[in-house]
Design a protein around this ligand. Structure first.
Ligand code: MF3
Ligand code: CO
Length: 255
């Protein structure tokens, strides 16, 4: 069942989204050669609690950290640890915060220094643009398939692939609510999008095969061919007049 949010709930979701965006922005700034992914996790938890919020990932189905840090062939759910970031690494930071009963969820990808290849740089750009195309497809009267197709169409037009096994989701009081938001689908199909809908849209895009597996740690998702993967995510609220990106960072231009 897809739950629509009231104006009052929208206001609370704005707050959760703002905290999520602020913490992610701090983490993005902290990414540099030599930093460990655990240091990023410590920073995430500190910055979250300093804002009176709670990291939502920590303890979620037993997940042991506040942020997911997924590097290079890691798609999502990378667990922070002793790994040191090095120049050319493609780092995805996925983070969620809860405050006043509502949740924000957002992810970004960034290179440590310069991209290792032009194609790697293109992967990041295409994934980011796919997210924004999906956001633009989120209009009252459109269908969920339009959002999914916006991602798939853009990604595949550039010769990359979308991950099938992990999807975006509705969001609100819980991090994961109905509906699921796949990064593939058919335009004009699926549930009607109505004002009050809140979605976490999150393209996960691979340089090579779309196929993925999970490491022995039970969490880290990696590409089967070990080529690069990229991930961006925003929590988006559908108003009467169109989408509002609740997790927009100040380093982003678009609204
Ligand atoms: N941001 C992820 C999602 O959208 C959640 C991370 S999984 C967790 O599903 F276990 F770390 F919380
Ligand atoms: Co999510």
């Amino acid at each position: 069942m897809i739950e629509l949010k009231s104006a009052q709930e929208r206001e609370k979701m704005r707050r959760a989204g703002r905290v999520t965006a602020e913490v992610l922005e701090v983490l993005k700034t902290a990414v540099r050669p030599g930093i460990t992914t655990r240091e990023l996790d410590v920073l995430a938890e500190r910055e979250t609690r300093a804002r009176g919020a709670v990291p939502v990932f920590k303890g979620y189905h037993g997940y042991p950290a506040s942020v997911c840090v997924s590097v290079n062939d890691e798609v999502v759910h990378g667990i922070p640890g002793a790994r040191r970031l090095k120049p050319g690494d493609l780092v995805s930071l996925d983070f969620g915060a809860q405050i006043d009963g509502f949740v924000g969820d957002s992810a970004l990808s960034v290179f440590v220094g310069e991209p290792p290849s032009p194609r790697a740089a293109e992967l990041l750009e295409v994934t980011y643009q796919a997210l924004w195309r999906a956001i633009a497809a989120m209009r009252p009267g459109a269908r969920l398939g339009d959002v999914s197709w916006a991602v798939q169409e853009h990604v595949e037009a550039h010769g990359f692939s979308v991950v099938r096994e992990y999807v975006g989701h509705g969001i609100g009081r819980a991090m994961h609510e109905d509906p699921q938001v796949p990064n593939y689908g058919q335009p004009g199909k699926g549930p009607l999008l109505r004002p009050g809908l809140a979605l976490a849209i999150e393209p996960m895009v691979n340089e090579g095969t779309w196929e993925v597996g999970v490491l022995d740690d039970g969490w880290t998702v990696v590409t089967l061919d070990h080529r690069l993967s990229c991930h961006f995510e925003h929590t988006v609220f559908l108003g009467e007049d169109g989408p509002e990106v609740l997790t927009l960072r100040s380093d982003e231009k678009r609204v």
